[in-house]
Design a protein around this ligand. Structure first.
Ligand code: PBG
Length: 304
């Protein structure tokens, strides 16, 4: 009689790539997650694939950050190297890349700063360059998370022009300005140095606006649309599933992971049951794909 079931093949596991060799540094606020150099990322990716998880999404922590985030589109950047290394060793594993500037800019914002504010249009060109450089390195799909207006169109146009007309785009379409990204910003070292992301991320009070954001991204050429965060936005996942015919992804974000890990550590919650309940509820709401730091733990439960 069970209406909803989970499977490892519906998960995407996030990995954090850093520079250097033989680096494997646990992220304090995200137990079980690591910043890893390319050599260790490949080993980790093998483990992920062996659990039946078909895809990873890569985030980069570059050695140097600057005003214009040049590490984001450097052909020898950390993510570009990791893509080549993973595809070389585990070609079946789908490699998705996060396309955003915040991990690469010295100020930690998702776009270019002019006169003290993030500027939408000048940022588009850089995002397109970043997506093309990931495609050239061999990525299977790009996932823009910056929330600039018009970026799906800019990326689609650039990919088509550079010979990647088949490359799919998974857009972070309804991305809210959330407190639950806190631990991720430790992981990616991307906390904004001034201000916040409320000028480009969505207001958590808004429900109908998500439909507008998703419609725009689909119009611009998105192939998969994402809702983020997941747990506190199940109504949004459900609305989007009802209203659009594209696959829906949901990002079970860092803070959603860390609160369960922390409560479990204190003995206040049954970690395994809480994890499976959360993931089931995201699927039940309508997510076809779940991006989650729990992917490996949940796959182990499902495979047993
Ligand atoms: C980059 C980006 C963020 C996350 C994914 N891509 C952080 C942010 O917008 O501040 C958050 C992921 C998580 O919390 O797990 N823009």
């Amino acid at each position: 009689m069970r209406e909803t079931s989970l499977s490892p093949d519906g998960f995407i596991y996030p990995l954090f790539v850093t520079y250097g060799k033989n680096v494997r540094k646990e992220i304090k606020s995200m137990p079980g997650c690591f910043q890893e150099s390319v050599d260790n990322i490949v080993k980790h990716a093998k483990e992920v694939y062996s659990l039946g998880i078909p895809a990873v999404i890569l985030f980069g922590i570059p050695e140097h950050k600057d005003e214009i985030g040049s590490g984001a589109y450097d052909p020898h950047g950390v993510v570009q190297k990791a893509i080549r290394a993973i595809k070389n060793k585990i070609p079946e594993l789908q490699v998705i890349t996060d396309v955003c500037m915040c991990e690469y800019t010295s100020h930690g914002h998702c776009g270019i700063i002019e006169q003290g504010a993030v500027r939408n249009d000048p940022t588009l060109e850089l995002l397109a360059k970043e997506a093309v450089s990931h495609a050239k390195a061999g990525a299977d799909m790009v996932a823009p998370s910056d929330m600039m207006d018009g970026r799906v169109d800019a990326i689609r146009t650039a990919l088509d022009a550079e010979g990647f007309p088949e490359m799919p785009i998974m857009s972070y379409a309804a991305k809210y300005a959330s407190a639950f990204y806190g631990p991720f910003r430790d992981a990616a070292e991307s906390t904004p140095q001034f201000g916040d992301r409320r000028s480009y991320q969505m207001d958590p009070s808004n429900r109908r606006e998500a439909l507008k954001e998703v419609a725009l991204d689909i119009d611009e050429g998105a192939d998969i649309v994402m809702v983020k965060p997941a747990m506190t936005y199940l109504d949004i996942i459900s609305d989007i599933k009802e209203n659009f015919a594209l696959p829906v992804a949901a990002y079970n974000v860092s803070g959603e992971y860390s609160v369960i890990k922390a409560a479990a550590k204190l003995g206040w919650i049954d970690e395994e049951r809480a994890m499976m309940e959360v993931l089931t509820s995201i699927k039940r709401a309508g997510a076809d794909i779940i991006l989650t730091y729990f992917a490996k733990d949940a796959a182990r439960v499902l495979n047993r």
